[in-house]
Design a protein around this ligand. Structure first.
Ligand code: B1M
Length: 210
């Protein structure tokens, strides 16, 4: 089995310590942090998702895999950084109300921070009013909204509507993303951009801020 396949299988098993060891080993063997993330860890999470859907894996096992992934992403974090230190602008990020998925959102935080943005992470289950309050308080250039559930996608629109109704929409760019989201939905709810992954979100933010 290749290093990356081993990482995928160990992530699925939820053994965080073994996974960290394999990630360190792969890095030592010259596998890039980007490959480990995409072809090892995210590939594993996709299989976890399929097994969750088919009832082969249950929530506690999925949580163990998610925890193991988070710990390994911490190892990769400095290596995925683009090395830009100057502040590119301020970003507020959060996963919408009713949604507890944060791995993808955390990757977006990481990529934006490493691109030089000052990122305020509101976490998960973020109420539209909390976005509004955070914008008033921090005056960001960009707001990023994540959702992983089809049932919480409407909350993206509610969040954007609340920002608009509070008179804060001008001079603010809004990027949306998450597995069920696409460009058509982003257009429909009045977002300025849709990014399919964390790298694209960071590039889009840079282009918007430039
Ligand atoms: Co949940 N879950 N989950 N889950 N979970 C999914 C999303 C699901 C597709 C699994 C499945 O059935 N196949 C399914 C959703 C189905 C749907 O709505 N169509 C699902 C379900 C149903 C649920 C529950 C309802 C299950 C239940 O309780 N019966 C429940 C809901 C809880 C809630 O939120 N209220 C639930 C719970 C959980 C756990 C808590 C156990 C755990 C989350 C732990 C955590 O996040 N800390 C969990 C997990 C781990 C998953 C899967 C397996 C993996 C998600 C993940 O982290 N992927 C997921 C299946 C899957 O996605 N394959 C699933 C890896 C991550 C890197 O990808 O988050 O897509 P992702 O992020 C990507 C892009 O989407 C993008 O960038 C990232 C890549 O670079 N992106 C952005 C994300 N946000 C962005 C924002 C941007 C731009 C890009 O700009 C701002």
């Amino acid at each position: 089995m290749s290093d990356l396949q081993n990482i995928t299988q160990t992530l699925i098993s939820g053994d965080g310590a073994a996974l960290r060891g394999l990630v360190e080993e792969a890095l030592g063997a010259g596998v890039s942090a980007g490959e480990i993330l995409q072809d090892g860890l995210i590939a594993g999470m996709d299989i976890v998702g399929e097994r969750m859907e088919s009832g082969e894996m249950f929530i506690p096992e999925v949580l163990m895999a998610a925890q193991a992934m988070g710990e390994s992403v911490e190892i990769l974090k400095p290596l995925l950084a683009e090395g830009e230190s100057s502040t590119a602008g301020k970003v507020i990020l959060g996963t919408v109300k009713g949604d507890l998925h944060d791995i993808g959102k955390n990757l977006v935080v990481m990529m934006m921070e490493s691109a030089g943005f000052d990122v305020i992470d509101l976490g998960v289950d973020v109420d539209p009013e909390k976005f509004v309050e955070a914008i008033k308080e921090n005056k960001p250039d960009i707001v990023g909204i994540s959702a992983l559930l089809t049932t919480t996608m409407p909350m993206m629109k509610k969040s954007i509507d609340s920002i608009e109704e509070s008179g804060l929409r001008n001079n603010l760019k809004i990027i949306v993303g998450g597995a069920p989201v696409n460009q058509a939905f982003a257009d429909e709810i009045g977002a300025d951009g849709y990014a399919p992954d964390a790298g694209a979100a960071s590039k889009m933010a840079k282009a918007m801020y430039a």
